[in-house]
Design a protein around this ligand. Structure first.
Ligand code: BGC
Length: 246
C-alpha cells in the first residue's frame, strides 16, 4: 500500500508517495523551498503544492519541527512562532480538499522509520534516535514503542541549550572542525546516557552521510552508536507510516 509523506524542514518541504511494504519512496520525491518567514499559511500552501504535484488523493502524513499533541503545534523553536496553537492537520486539510492529514514531530517520524526499516530494526530496550540539523531532534523508544515529543535537544549542555552547542548549524556557524564538534556531541551523548542508559543511539540528519568523520570520535559512551540508514528520506517514510497507523 502507498501513503503520502511530507517532511517540513528549515530549508525545504519534501514529499512523495511511500511504499509501506518496502519502507521506501514509491516515486522520486518533490521538493519546494520553505518560505521565509515559515508562517502557517505559507507552509500549508507549500505542503499542498508538493502533494498536488503527484495528483495524490488519500491519507497524508506530515512532519513538523516542534512539539505536536494531537495535531496541534505546541512549540516552534526554529520556525515562525505563529504556528503555536495552530491545528496543523485542519489547516493543511483545508488546502487539500479534506484529505485525512496526520501530523507528528519530525524526529519522531524519522525514528519510527529507522526502527522499522533502518538502523533500529528489531532493537529492544531503550533506543534514542537523534537528528542533527538546524536543531537537534530526538525520538525515544522502549522495546520499539515511541515516547513522543521528548525534545532532548533542549537539555542544557555547558550552560546552553544542547542544540545551540551541538547541532550541525552550530558546527557551521562557529566553523568547528569535526574534532571540535564531535567533542561537543560526545559530551551531549554522555549526558543522555547518564539520564536514559539506552542500548543504542541512532545518529541521523544530513550529517549521517558523513558518519565516518565523527562517529569514530564518539568514544567513552557505553551504548552502541550507529548512523541512520534511511538518511534524507526517514522523515517522509515515517510520516507516511504514522498516517497509515491512524
Ligand atoms: C525542536 C524539535 C525538533 C528539532 C529538529 C528542535 O528545535 O524543538 O521539536 O524535532 O528541533 O527539527
Amino acid at each position: 500500500m502507498n501513503v503520502f509523506g511530507v517532511d517540513i524542514g528549515g530549508s525545504g518541504i519534501k514529499g512523495a508517495p511511500v511504499d509501506l511494504e518496502r519502507g521506501d519512496l514509491a516515486e522520486p520525491r518533490h521538493k519546494v523551498l520553505t518560505p521565509h518567514p515559515a508562517t502557517p499559511d505559507g507552509v500549508a500552501g507549500c505542503v499542498a503544492e508538493v502533494v498536488e504535484h503527484f495528483g495524490w488523493s488519500g491519507p497524508v502524513g506530515v512532519t513538523f519541527p516542534g512539539v505536536v499533541t494531537g495535531s496541534t503545534i505546541r512549540t516552534a523553536a526554529n520556525v515562525d512562532k505563529g504556528w503555536i496553537g495552530v491545528d496543523a492537520a485542519a489547516l493543511i486539510g483545508e488546502r487539500l480538499s479534506g484529505m485525512p492529514i496526520t501530523v507528528l514531530n519530525d524526529a519522531d517520524a524519522a525514528g519510527i522509520a529507522e526502527m522499522t526499516f533502518g538502523a533500529g530494526r528489531g532493537r529492544k530496550g531503550a533506543v534514542i534516535m537523534l537528528t542533527f540539523g538546524t536543531g537537534i531532534g530526538s525520538a525515544l523508544f522502549t522495546d520499539g514503542r515511541l515516547v513522543p515529543n521528548t525534545e532532548l535537544g533542549h537539555l542544557e549542555l555547558d550552560g546552553h541549550e544542547a542544540e545551540k552547542r551541538a547541532s550541525t548549524k552550530a558546527k557551521e556557524d562557529k566553523d568547528l572542525s569535526w574534532e571540535e564538534w564531535a567533542h561537543r556531541v560526545r559530551k551531549y551523548l554522555a549526558h543522555l546516557e547518564m539520564l536514559f542508559s539506552p542500548e543504542l543511539f541512532i545518529v541521523g540528519g544530513g550529517v549521517s552521510r558523513k558518519a565516518e568523520k565523527f562517529v569514530p570520535l564518539l568514544t567513552d559512551v557505553r551504548a552502541e552508536i550507529v548512523p541512520a540508514e534511511l538518511q534524507n528520506n526517514a522523515g517522509i517514510v515515517g510520516a507516511a507510516m504514522a498516517a497509515a497507523a491512524r
